[in-house]
Write a protein that binds this ligand. Structure first.
Ligand SMILES: [Zn+2]
Length: 236
């Protein structure tokens, strides 16, 4: 049976509406094609450690969009991500869609998460200025706030719907069908769908390498954060 998903169409529309977000990496001619592996909803005490083992064994740097409440609950595991050289971004404090917050509430949630990440990693909060909205849900109004506060929104270009737990082979196959140079691949290491993430990643990394892909950090694709972390007022 053919797998039909609403996501390709939805993705196309969202990409047009939120063109300021990062949806894929720029491709440099002549270089080996790069992809970014991204993991949302962590850290998780059961699902993140085996994933870290896979990444370390493969020598791959990945990217994690973390929930503040998970960072607060598992600071040592979060510190381990950082020490292993992975790139860290925000996914909100709770897993709650950003449009459900007022501007003040959302700002506080993000600051709380930044502060936790700073404590755990020994960096400044302004080091963590990139985020991915929970459930991928955004409105133009929320985008305006985030921009005014200096945040950079990162979306994705490869989505296998791993959160529905369709099976390891299905997630790998869908990811390989969608992959392209500069792809940002979204997977989940949290409560929903995280149980298979280590096994999926262990299969996906060699399959992508067989197709000529290298793995990169989003830190290389994003401009350095603004010095004051978005204290300035909204512009445009
Ligand atoms: Zn999420």
């Amino acid at each position: 049976m053919t797998w039909i998903s609403p996501y390709p169409l939805l993705h196309h529309v969202l990409r047009l509406v939120f063109s300021e977000a990062l949806w894929s990496l720029s491709v440099i001619a002549g270089d080996r094609p790069q992809v970014a592996l991204t993991f949302d909803d962590g850290v998780h005490p059961q699902f993140t450690p085996p994933l870290l083992e896979v990444l370390a064994a493969e020598g791959v740097t990945a990217n994690f969009f973390l929930l503040g409440q998970q960072v607060a609950a598992y600071p040592e595991l979060t510190a381990q991500l950082w020490q292993q050289g992975h790139w860290l971004g925000l996914h909100g404090y709770r897993h709650r869609s950003f449009p459900r917050f007022t501007a003040t509430e959302l700002r506080l949630e993000l600051i709380k998460t930044q502060t936790l990440l700073a404590q755990v990693t020994g960096q400044t909060p302004q080091r963590f200025m990139a985020l991915r909205p929970p459930n991928g849900i955004m409105t133009p109004r929320v985008m305006t706030w985030l921009k005014a506060w200096g945040f950079r929104v990162v979306m994705w270009s490869v989505v296998s719907e791993d959160w529905r737990s369709p099976g390891i082979d299905t997630v790998v196959r869908r990811s390989l069908e969608q992959v392209h140079p500069g792809a940002i691949i979204v997977l989940h290491d949290g409560m929903i769908g995280g149980q298979d993430v280590a096994a999926i990643t262990a299969k996906l990394i060699p399959s992508l390498r067989d197709r000529g892909y290298d793995f990169t950090s989003l830190g290389l694709a994003l401009p350095p954060p603004r010095a004051l972390g978005g204290q300035d007022s909204a512009q445009g």
